[in-house]
Design a protein around this ligand. Structure first.
Ligand code: ADP
Ligand code: MG
Length: 282
């Protein structure tokens, strides 16, 4: 659906932020763009809806260079949630803000009302329609940003560090919402983050960004099987994987594979315990 070819981008002050990115994003997937601060995540994202123009290379939407796709089509198909909700929200009330996109698409007032209602429901903010934007908490503002994008009924939602500044409960409820939208509504999700522990729980594929290049690309199992690459990217392994690596390399525990989540680790530990028990019975 989205294809990025040899993408380079240098800022006006000479900073080479992207240095040859190749990436293909298929419909329906949940892709993590994982990278340390300054690795180029935000710069990459701004190319995916035509906001930035590549210094070299190109972005294709269904095979067509994105600069040749009309703005209106891009904005109705690809929704972006920026890192700071204050960059995104500008109407005075929640309803007005969520209505902005669909109204601009030229939809009639009934349809707009319907979409606003539906979007607020999806993010569980249906009781906040009349609330002033400035009176919302940071986490609520983030949900309204997601609602604003949902009201456009896009095929792709791109989120830039959506969990930044949220408490742990809000992080998980936002991630579960994104997972639902991906699985039930079939919306393609692309999420930039540096929070490695979230990735194996929710994402099907990962692109590790380092100095404006894709250092690794693959499933969480593939990507996290390479601790050296993770270190080079100034990231760390998911904590569960770190523990399992130590058990394997230092304590010579015979693991079948390196679990990445608590659930997988639990299964592996129970398996090992049952083997132990069988040995002790013999
Ligand atoms: P990330 O989102 O992964 O933290 P960014 O895409 O924001 O990374 O930044 C990539 C690189 O581009 C960094 O070196 C950063 O300092 C630089 N950069 C970002 N925005 C600008 C800008 N407006 N002008 C100059 N350099 C920038
Ligand atoms: Mg960023």
């Amino acid at each position: 659906m989205l294809k990025i070819e040899n993408l380079h981008y240098t800022y006006e002050d000479g900073t080479p932020a992207l240095n040859g990115i190749d990436l293909e994003i298929a419909q329906g997937e949940f892709l993590a763009i994982l990278g340390a601060n300054g690795s180029g995540k935000s710069t990459l994202i701004k190319h995916l809806n035509g906001l930035y123009h590549p210094t070299l290379g190109r972005v294709l939407l269904d095979g067509k260079p994105i600069e040749r796709v009309e703005d209106k089509e891009i904005f109705s198909r690809i929704g972006i949630v920026f890192q700071d909700p204050n960059d995104q929200l500008f109407a005075s009330t929640v309803e007005e803000d969520v209505a902005f996109g669909p109204t601009n698409m030229g939809l009639g007032p009934e349809e707009v009302k319907e979409r606003v209602h539906r979007a607020l429901h999806l993010v569980e903010m249906q009781d906040y329609g009349r609330k002033a934007i400035h009176a919302l908490s940071h986490g609520q503002k983030k949900r309204i940003c997601v609602a604003g994008v949902l009201a456009m009924e896009p095929q792709v939602i791109i989120l830039d560090e959506p969990t930044a500044g949220l408490d742990p409960v809000s992080v998980h409820s936002l991630m579960h919402l994104l997972e639902d939208l991906n699985k039930k509504e079939r919306i393609t999700m692309i999420m930039a983050t540096h929070v490695v522990d979230l990735v194996p729980l929710f994402m099907s594929r990962i692109a590790i960004l380092h100095k404006g290049q894709v250092l690794r690309f693959g499933s969480p199992e593939e990507v996290f099987a390479d601790p050296q690459a993770i270190e080079k990217a100034q990231l760390h392994l998911p904590l569960v994987a770190e523990l399992m690596h130590v058990l394997k390399s230092k304590d010579h525990v015979k693991l079948h594979h390196i679990p990445l989540t608590v659930g997988e680790a639990r299964r592996e530990i129970l398996r090992l315990l049952s083997v132990q028990e069988m040995i002790s019975r013999v």
